[in-house]
Design a protein around this ligand. Structure first.
Ligand SMILES: CC(C)(COP(=O)(O)OP(=O)(O)OC[C@H]1O[C@@H](n2cnc3c(N)ncnc32)[C@H](O)[C@@H]1OP(=O)(O)O)[C@@H](O)C(=O)NCCC(=O)NCCS
Length: 219
């Protein structure tokens, strides 16, 4: 991946993370610990908490250099208010990636995340030739389920104990878009109010699965 892009919208600027964002990132994460930790992926590439933000950002930038990640931050009024990280970027016959995000509590509810997700997805589809973008959300995360629903990410299925979150394996609902579904772009479709209804709907059977954790053998 070449230089990370800067993507502008009147609500939010989404730009590549920089090592000098470490202090603002640490502050945002520590001030919002209770808000973020239930949803925080506990993988080394995404976790930026504690005193290690600088080296975590360096790891993200290394992954970006190798072309497997697009690590971005959300900027509003010159302040870092969130993070959007595209990981597992693969090209070739898969040409797919996975996207995660958070905003600080004080910036929630202003529609920043849907815009940021749309900007990043459009960039990767139309500037970088990616074909598919996936977002996976814990069943309990009503706010994040609204983000994928607003943008019309298509429900693909339930994945049992799929991602390690806040220290444990957590079930996820997975959603995706492929480039052909959004020929005019994710952002344009969203802003035109042209997102098709019902594509993000989770079937009742999957809600039943989510309410019933997998029974595990005694340790
Ligand atoms: C999920 C999250 C990224 C959504 O970002 P956002 O920029 O607030 O997105 P939106 O403004 O579109 O709001 C989405 C939904 O959040 C909920 N919401 C709105 N304001 C809120 C607030 N102040 N506090 C909590 N939830 C709020 C609403 O359900 C809203 O849907 P609506 O617009 O239909 O009412 C944000 O809530 C967040 O960072 N949460 C903690 C981390 C997280 O869950 N990350 C995602 C892991 S998959």
């Amino acid at each position: 991946m070449a230089a990370l892009p800067t993507l502008h919208h009147r609500l939010v600027t989404v730009r590549g993370v920089r090592v000098r964002d470490a202090r603002a990132m640490e502050r945002a994460l520590s001030d919002n610990r209770a808000w973020l930790s239930p949803w925080e992926a506990t993988t080394p590439l995404i976790r930026l908490g504690g005193s290690d933000a600088k080296s975590s950002i360096r790891s993200l930038l290394q992954a970006a250099k190798q072309g497997s990640a697009l690590p971005m931050v959300l900027i509003q009024d010159h302040q870092l208010v969130g993070q959007l990280n595209v990981s597992q970027i693969t090209y070739g016959s898969l040409s797919s990636a996975s996207l995660g995000y958070w905003v600080v509590k004080s910036a929630a509810g202003q529609g920043l995340t849907p815009v940021a997700v749309a900007l990043a997805t459009d960039y990767l589809f139309f500037e970088k030739g990616l074909h598919r973008m996936e977002v996976c959300v814990r069943p309990e995360n009503t706010a994040s389920l609204r983000v994928v629903e607003k943008l019309g990410f298509r429900y693909e299925g339930f994945r049992r104990r799929y991602i390690h979150i806040d220290g444990k394996w957590a079930d996820h609902f997975c959603f995706a878009l492929v480039a052909e579904e959004v020929p005019t772009g994710v952002l344009a479709r969203f802003e035109k109010g042209a997102v098709p209804a019902g594509v993000s709907t989770i079937p009742e059977l999957d809600w039943v699965k989510a309410r019933n954790p997998m029974s595990l053998p005694p340790r």
